[in-house]
Write a protein that binds this ligand. Structure first.
Ligand SMILES: [Zn+2]
Length: 307
């Protein structure tokens, strides 16, 4: 399985004390190495092209991220900032997902994981927000339908925050089905059950504060997985945020690493049934380094179909 990453993703820094720190990605990469998983091949992520970005973002947004020189630090909102390496990191993060989509559709690999930052799922068509600059998962999904002519791409987002940006970008795009579980009523405030996309192509499952893995498994088994199965995705993209873990300092759900393994195995079953086994997963949030390490390894073991 390919693991896409790039050194620029370690150089992007939103400032001292920011929870979305380079240490997160170092922890993820070190944990993958230390786990000694079989068949892992680390690949340098290429930059996304303007054409790839334009399928998900407005020209004005792309220009604001790429074409404004950053000397020191540039603040975008209360949570989001760029340094001199951030534009390159965001380009490589989105490029990683596009390259991974190419690899799984060309049949070179069945699965890929993008160990990248900044995360992407809060970036809307027109705006950077919530630590996110470009929406890597959405760029990858639009690349799969735009270039590879897929007709059914699913984006499953289990980050503790709702992926308002992904929802915004695919709202009117029936070829992309966006499914999200997240903690109810925290940042960014979207993701209510009645937000369904203009073509019924969005499914939100807000979870009450304190919900644990048992609640999550029931919600997926009852609502999300049957809907995903009915959609018959030709490709699965996972927005893999690990901030619903009970150790996470930013949110209030109580998942454990084993819950991510369970959910990933369920997604593997559906990918094997409909999608020629193709799954591209990309790192979103997750702010406890311990939780990140153990959850990433549990997620990758399940993607590799290891016991
Ligand atoms: Zn998050």
């Amino acid at each position: 399985m390919r693991v896409y990453t790039h050194p620029a993703c370690l150089r992007h820094d939103a400032g001292p004390g920011h929870p979305e720190s380079p240490a997160r990605l170092r922890a993820v990469l070190d944990a993958i190495d230390a786990a000694g998983l079989p068949g892992i091949e680390r690949i340098e992520a290429p930059p996304a092209s303007r054409m790839q970005l334009l399928r998900a973002h407005s020209p004005a947004h792309i220009a604001r991220v790429l074409d404004v020189p950053v000397d020191g630090q540039r603040r975008i909102d209360a949570d989001t900032a760029m340094n001199a390496h951030s534009a390159e990191a965001a380009l490589r993060a989105a490029g990683a997902v596009c390259a991974a989509v190419d690899a799984v559709i060309d049949g070179r690999e069945k699965r890929a994981f993008c160990a990248v930052r900044p995360p992407g799922h809060h970036a809307t068509r027109d705006e950077s927000m919530g630590f996110c600059l470009f929406n890597s998962a959405a760029v990858g999904a639009m690349h799969a339908i735009g270039v590879h002519r897929l007709e059914r791409v699913a984006v499953v987002d289990f980050d503790v925050h709702h992926g308002n940006g992904t929802q915004d970008i695919v709202w009117d795009e029936p070829r992309v089905f966006y499914l999200s579980s997240h903690q109810h009523a925290i940042y960014p405030g979207t993701g209510q059950r009645d937000e369904r996309g203009s073509r019924g192509n969005v499914l939100n499952a807000p979870l009450r504060e304190g919900s644990d893995g048992e609640v999550m498994r029931r919600v997926y088994a009852d609502r999300l997985l049957p809907a995903l199965d009915d959609f018959r995705p030709q490709l699965l993209i996972i927005s893999a945020g690990f901030d619903a873990h009970r150790l996470d300092p930013l949110a209030g759900l109580n998942f454990a690493a084993d819950d991510y393994a369970w959910l990933t195995r369920e997604l593997v079953v559906i990918a094997n049934r409909h999608a020629g086994s193709r799954i591209v997963s990309t790192l979103e949030g997750g702010y406890s380094l311990t939780a990140l390490r153990e959850s990433t390894v549990a997620h990758l073991r399940a993607l590799l179909e290891l016991p």
